[in-house]
Design a protein around this ligand. Structure first.
Ligand code: NAG
Ligand code: NAG
Ligand code: NAG
Length: 234
């Protein structure tokens, strides 16, 4: 009778292998489900959701550009799972500023500096409006892939951004540099280039040679030099 009372527990109280297998299966799927959720379903709403593991340069986030604020940064709405999770058809991507508040990441393009726009009553640098316009035309409302590297002092996510064009996937920083819309970062650490520093520098020397964009200016000042002149100590 004691044998029949609970066939899943043997006489010394050890769990039957089938039960072990079953519970291993259940916890396995919970762990898998949790990992799957963390990786593909959980939405990164603000930079605060970017735990250090997201900043190793090996993880990408897919989403949409909702606003271009400056020549070298934009607002990004993460849409994990893309259309398979219903984004863009079952689940709308907010469009108003109120709805987007606290729902987006500010992405600072890696490797590139755009000319400074007029800020805090300081004059604008030549070509700054062109840079803003170029970036807006290039990425606004588009699907982008973002690879975060770090978070800067302004709580922006320094990242590589890629966008799909009819010629294929394009690295946004590289395209800016190629077209002379922005220049390679001045005096910044290598970590913020991903693996692309030498490529960016090569594109920049070509842009210089062909006097593209800012390189066509008579008296070209880099954004860093410009800041030194106009924003001393700020
Ligand atoms: C990121 O990927 C590279 C190359 O695949 C690898 O060498 C590196 O260890 C990875 N970094 C982390 C933190 O996993
Ligand atoms: C740019 O960086 C990415 C990611 O680190 C790398 O896979 C790619 O090969 C690099 N592109 C070039 C042209 O170096
Ligand atoms: C070039 O630009 C710098 C910095 O804006 C300025 O100080 C300098 O006078 C300019 N030179 C010429 C020739 O315009």
């Amino acid at each position: 009778m004691s044998d029949k009372s609970d066939s899943n527990v043997d006489s010394v109280g050890v769990l039957h292998p089938k039960v072990l297998l079953l519970s291993a299966g259940v916890s396995g799927s919970i762990i898998f489900g949790y990992r799957f959720y963390g990786r593909y379903v959980r939405r990164i709403r603000t930079y605060l959701d970017l735990t250090p593991k997201y900043l190793d340069g090996n993880r990408s986030l897919y989403g949409r550009v909702t606003r271009v604020g400056d020549g070298d940064n934009f607002r990004f709405y993460h849409t994990p799972g893309g259309i398979f999770m219903g984004w863009g058809w079952l689940r709308p991507i907010p469009t108003t500023r109120a709805d987007l508040k606290d729902q987006t990441l500010m992405i600072r393009l890696c490797g590139v500096d755009a000319p400074e726009r007029a800020h805090f009553g300081k004059p604008a640098q030549p070509h700054s409006e062109e840079a803003l316009q170029w970036l807006t035309d290039y990425v606004m409302d588009r699907k982008v892939r973002v690879t975060p590297y770090s978070i800067d002092q302004y709580k922006r996510v320094v990242a590589r951004a890629q966008v799909w064009k009819w010629t294929g996937r394009k690295d946004v920083s590289a395209e800016m540099i190629r077209n002379g819309v922005g220049i390679v970062y001045e005096a910044r650490t290598g970590a913020e280039f991903g693996d692309n520093e030498s490529w960016y520098r090569k594109l920049e020397s070509r842009a210089k040679k062909f006097k593209r964009g800012v390189w066509g200016l008579k008296n070209m000042t880099t954004p860093g030099e410009f800041k030194k002149v106009h924003y001393r100590g700020e």
